[in-house]
Design a protein around this ligand. Sequence first.
Ligand SMILES: Cc1cc2nc3c(=O)[nH]c(=O)nc-3n(C[C@H](O)[C@H](O)[C@H](O)COP(=O)(O)OP(=O)(O)OC[C@H]3O[C@@H](n4cnc5c(N)ncnc54)[C@H](O)[C@@H]3O)c2cc1C
Ligand SMILES: *[C@@H]1O[C@H](CO)[C@@H](O)[C@H](O)[C@H]1NC(C)=O
Ligand SMILES: *[C@@H]1O[C@H](CO)[C@@H](O)[C@H](O)[C@H]1NC(C)=O
Length: 451
Amino acid sequence: MPPIAARDVAVIGAGAAGLVAARHLRREGHFVVVFERESQVGGTWIYTNKTEPDPIGVDPNRPVVHSSLYASLRTNLPREAMSLREYPFVAKKTGHRDPRRFPGHREVLEYLKDYATEFAIGELVRFDTEVSRVSQGENGKWEVRSIKRKEEEHHLDEAFDAVVVCTGHYTDPRIAQIPGADRWPGKQIHSHNYRTPEPFQDQVVVIIGSSASAVDISREIASVAKEVHIASWSTSNEEDQSLPGFTNIWLRPMVESANEDGSISFQHGFKISADIILHCTGYKYSFPFLDTKGIVTVDDNRVGPLYKHVFPPSLAPWLSFVGLPWKIAPFPQFEFQSEWIAGILSGRISLPSPDEMMKDVEAFYASLQASGVPKRYTHNMTGYQFEYNDWIATQCGSPKTEEWRKKMYSAASLGRKERPETYRDEWEDDDLVLQAYQDFTKQISFKGESY
Ligand SMILES: Cc1cc2nc3c(=O)[nH]c(=O)nc-3n(C[C@H](O)[C@H](O)[C@H](O)COP(=O)(O)OP(=O)(O)OC[C@H]3O[C@@H](n4cnc5c(N)ncnc54)[C@H](O)[C@@H]3O)c2cc1C
Ligand SMILES: *[C@@H]1O[C@H](CO)[C@@H](O)[C@H](O)[C@H]1NC(C)=O
Ligand SMILES: *[C@@H]1O[C@H](CO)[C@@H](O)[C@H](O)[C@H]1NC(C)=O
């Protein structure tokens, strides 16, 4: 075995990814500082009723509200499938906890806090501290500039061997470009700033997008709104469709234009008068603090070049990203990525040469292009998250994904698609839940051995 080196590592963000990264880095023997601009751990899962003053988030100087959660949100994955491998997300029987299989958002925050407590991660975190700049100094070390809230005139510059970026990617809204929208007299809002349905009372609402949150939010709004029209690329037929089970939701083709008289025109000629456009059109990757002198860029929502969505080849392993892929079960993937990064930094696991990594990245981009996948879907991991995780597991010499988890993920995806109103309360994979709990029981009895 080569000597194991301990590094000074800065982790940016104390959401789920940052917590998991900190845990694995310290377990490997590194010295870790976690920078977090909020005053608690949990990232996205810290619900707030605050919203941004610019409801579609186009003003680059707007004050940022990090979380995009709405009040009624329940998870769209069952807790067992979301679960960290090292710390099972089991229902707790105490009064204020939510034991449901698809719990409300508060329960996920509690779980992440429990995880942080279990592994004593809180002591590594500097709260209320925002990283404003990360750049590489002449000696090859990374300089991290941070500002403690309330003391904005005093920033601190510190040097680290490595930086792990864990800042999430559901904060900076992407909006649909609608011809005429600037002269349309109605209101526009992005789902980032959606919290509760009340402001939509008696309104005619056009929702753009067909993501998981568009599905949930449209149903919730329909309970108070006059009409809800869901516009998406995937509704291509010319017939207008009402949604089964609802009297005031319709599926429409994409919006063609917004007009000065307050009307909205859809493709194929349909037109309505509407009050509000709600953009459920997703988010942009954004790393305003990161200065890599152009080595890492965000181009049409591709963060690149990155080897296996983690390392920029020419800066590896000293700069890395945890948590970029989407359409996945995020928490367990954070564990695989973090263990890999920690092991590479210590010299226990090796990476290919920068040239070889770059060739791999280019081959990946070429394969996306050849199959007609737009650049902005580079980190859409539909269909291969487990293959990816298991590839990393092999690099680390650690156990691969549990069979029950793979099956459960598929069952949940199918449930969301086929039974969007009921999948959270009715399911048919109790056999998989049983297998999960058998694994969890083993896990819990080993807990405490290795940290
Ligand atoms: C509406 C919605 C629903 C979701 N539902 C599910 C679900 O059901 N199941 C599931 O598994 N996942 C779900 N997710 C995915 C969710 O994003 C992940 O579960 C996970 O929370 C991502 O963690 P993260 O650490 O990568 O990012 P985040 O949780 O966003 O954490 C990033 C952290 O970085 C901090 N930060 C950012 N910039 C800086 C800076 N410059 N300096 C210091 N700190 C900084 C932020 O304050 C934040 O605490 C959902 C996401 C959204 C938006
Ligand atoms: C927002 O939440 C805070 C507590 O977090 C509460 O005091 C306040 O009344 C809430 N505001 C609204 C408008 O609901
Ligand atoms: C993600 O990729 C899958 C498989 O390639 C594709 O079917 C799906 O449409 C993509 N999802 C989005 C939102 O682009």
